[in-house]
Structure formats: structure tokens, C-alpha cells
Design a protein around this ligand. Structure first.
Ligand SMILES: *Cc1c(COP(=O)(O)O)cnc(C)c1O
Length: 367
């Protein structure tokens, strides 16, 4: 192979981000300060319809303090998907509550409302849908279910900046929602997370928990952590926020090209009323063919791919203690079949064509 590998993901950091960091460093004020405050306001305005936003040091920290701020703790159950990154269930377990795994919808890869209903017990406090790969979970169904059964909604929007359902943005349904700002996500601050909050009570508790339980210096009100974001990271995030709309449009255009030209694989459907922001463009292939195809794409076509996620959370040694008694058939099936193709905004037309011809060739070879 004499061509360079098209990477599965590629963070884009430009001169503007470097200049913004330099300005913060020159100011001498690098910890949480005015950049963080401005980032929170701009993020709220652009992505969550003005909901209060609090910046934290990572997406995982955001889930953790969001759950703590919502009062989740020992004795509670929170229903989560098993087909996601382990941070979803980890954050529930770290509060002392029990993550309860439910199955996914095979089309959207997101939590299935009927499977959630079947998992509800008298201890269920809430449900945490993940907008996986950038596709919104079925929030209309979850809102109805939550109202019917008295549950809270918490959103893991780590992968879904700007996604929406029937015109309403993700991150506006939950008591809180978390967006990750890790380098491979749709936008980054280096490391970081943003927590959008339904009301001032949750927002204030998130602010307290991220800063040692203090609002006024040395007047600690609750037992808290230090999960603050620095102004250095916020300065990067603010520049990226400005670039996000164009990047999202590129991801969507890349996905449309794949939808049109891929053959012999199952392309990702988009639910009615959903705006997908394609953190990942994830196809399905025969499970028996998957690993061969991943290798052939890399070795013969120079196409890097990802498998998110090969092992469902309830089978991980860290989380198997929470494995449900029943099967999660759609979760197992997806874990065996998925391949995520490069869909990031830095792909050239040539790259897109190479991805298509590579996938179509390896799919045909296996048929
Ligand atoms: C990335 C991610 C997280 C964690 O975010 P970090 O910023 O890496 O801590 C949580 N949930 C999902 C679904 C993710 O993709």
C-alpha cells in the first residue's frame, strides 16, 4: 500500500486556537475565570436554547456531578444502555447508585424505550439515554415514559453537539445533560465537558460540586470535588464553538455521500424528525465478516475505522456485576456488526471516494 492511512478521527486545531491559548497564558490568569464564563454563555446560546451551562474538566466529570447534583445516590437505580462508552454506567456507579442496563433500538443504536419500561423497578430514579454516534435518542418517548412513571431524564450528549429531534436540541430534555469536549468529539477544548441544566437549583449544585462545595471562598457548603475547567481550555473551546456549524455541515455532507454510494452494507438510518450530527458514521456488516473487513480496509485501502463498541458494558469485567439476568439481544448483535467509517470534516473528496470504493470492494469480496 503506497497511500497514507485515512484516520478514523482527526481533531482540528488551528492558528486561532493557538492564538487564543497564547492570549490566556499572557494574561497570567489561567484557572477558571472569564474565558470559562464566556464559553458557558456562548455554548448555552448556540447549542441548548439558552439553558444554563456549567463547564467542567471532562465529560465523565460532567456526568458524575450532574448525577450527584440531581440527588442520585445509594439505593437508586438509573437505566442506561450497555452499548455505549463505559463512562455512562461508570458515572452512575460512582455515585453509589446502580446502573441498570437496557437494550437498544437496532436502527438508531440508542436506548429502546420499551426495553427501558421493562427494566423499571420501584427503585428506578431516572433514565440516561445516550445520543449515540450523534443521533438523538427517542426523547419524545422518554419524556412520555418519564411523566407516566415519575422518572427523571439525564442525557449523555457526549457525541451529539447540535443534534435535534423535531426541532428541539439534545441537551434540553434532561434534568441535566452532558457534552464531552474530548479531542475526538465533534468539538474539543483539549479535555473538558459541558453540563446543561434544567433549572438554577441543579446548576448551582453542579457549580458547588465542581469547586470543593464553595460558592464563596472557604465557605464550603457541601462536600465537593475539583473538576473545574481552566481558562486555557475554555479559550480553545470558544474558538471551536465558532467552527462547529461548518464542521457539522461537512460531517452531514460526508454522510450523505456515503448514503448515496455505499453498497453491500447497512447504512445508518435517521429517525423521522431527527437531525444526526454524525460523530460517527456507523455501518453494519455480517458479524462473521466484520474483523476481516476492518483489516482489509486498513491494509488494502488505507482506510482507518473504529469499532464502537466491541464489548457491551455489561460484559466488561468492571461492570459485569451489574449484568441483567436477561439478554440484551440488539446490544449483542450491534457489538458484533458495527464499523465506524471516517466521516470527520477534514476528509477530501478523494478520501470520500477511497472510503466508498474500499468498503464496496471488501463488502463484495465477502458476499
Ligand atoms: C466521550 C464519552 C463520554 C466521556 O467523555 P470524556 O470527556 O471523555 O470524559 C461519555 N459518554 C460517551 C457516550 C462518550 O462518547
Amino acid at each position: 500500500m503506497n497511500q497514507s492511512l485515512i484516520p478514523a478521527a482527526k481533531p482540528i486545531i488551528g492558528d486561532e486556537e493557538r492564538a487564543a491559548v497564547d492570549a490566556v497564558l499572557r494574561s497570567g490568569m489561567v484557572a477558571q475565570g472569564p474565558q470559562v464564563a464566556a464559553f458557558e454563555e456562548e455554548f448555552a446560546e448556540q447549542l441548548v436554547e439558552g439553558r444554563r451551562c456549567q463547564a467542567v474538566s471532562s465529560g465523565t466529570a460532567g456526568l458524575h456531578v450532574g448525577l450527584l447534583a440531581s440527588g442520585v445516590g445509594p439505593g437508586d437505580e438509573v437505566i442506561v444502555p450497555s452499548f455505549t462508552f463505559a463512562a455512562t454506567a461508570n458515572s452512575v456507579a460512582l455515585t453509589g447508585a446502580t446502573p441498570v442496563f437496557a437494550d437498544i433500538d437496532p436502527d438508531t443504536f440508542c436506548l429502546d424505550p420499551e426495553s427501558v419500561r421493562a427494566a423499571v423497578t420501584e427503585r428506578t430514579r431516572g433514565v440516561m439515554p445516550v445520543h449515540l454516534y450523534g443521533h438523538p435518542a427517542d426523547m419524545v418517548a422518554f419524556e412520555a415514559l418519564a411523566a407516566e412513571l415519575g422518572l427523571e431524564i439525564y442525557e449523555d450528549a457526549a457525541q451529539a453537539h447540535g443534534a435535534s429531534l423535531h426541532g428541539r436540541k439534545v441537551g434540553t430534555w434532561g434534568r441535566f445533560a452532558m457534552f464531552s469536549l474530548y479531542p475526538t468529539k465533534n468539538m474539543t477544548s483539549g479535555e473538558g465537558g459541558m453540563v446543561s441544566c434544567a433549572d438554577e437549583a441543579v446548576a448551582r449544585m453542579v457549580r458547588l460540586l465542581r469547586n470543593q462545595g464553595m460558592e464563596r471562598q472557604y465557605a464550603n457548603e457541601v462536600i465537593g470535588l475539583n473538576v473545574r475547567m481552566t481558562d486555557i481550555h475554555a479559550a480553545i473551546g470558544r474558538v471551536q464553538l465558532g467552527k462547529l456549524p461548518a464542521w457539522t455541515a461537512r460531517r452531514q455532507a460526508n454522510a450523505a455521500f456515503f448514503d448515496e454510494h455505499l453498497t453491500g452494507v447497512v447504512t445508518p438510518p435517521v429517525a423521522d424528525g431527527a437531525v444526526h450530527v454524525y460523530h460517527q458514521y456507523t455501518i453494519r456488516v455480517e458479524a462473521s465478516e466484520r474483523d476481516r473487513m476492518v483489516t482489509a480496509l486498513r491494509e488494502e485501502h488505507g482506510v482507518g475505522t473504529g469499532v464502537y463498541y466491541p464489548i457491551p458494558n455489561h460484559r466488561l469485567s468492571s461492570l459485569e456485576q451489574y449484568a441483567p439476568a436477561h439478554e440484551l439481544p440488539q446490544t449483542e448483535k450491534a457489538a458484533g456488526e458495527v464499523i465506524s467509517l471516517p466521516v470527520h470534516p477534514s476528509l477530501s473528496q478523494e478520501d470520500l471516494e477511497r472510503v466508498v470504493s474500499g468498503v464496496n470492494a471488501v463488502a463484495k469480496a465477502g458476499a
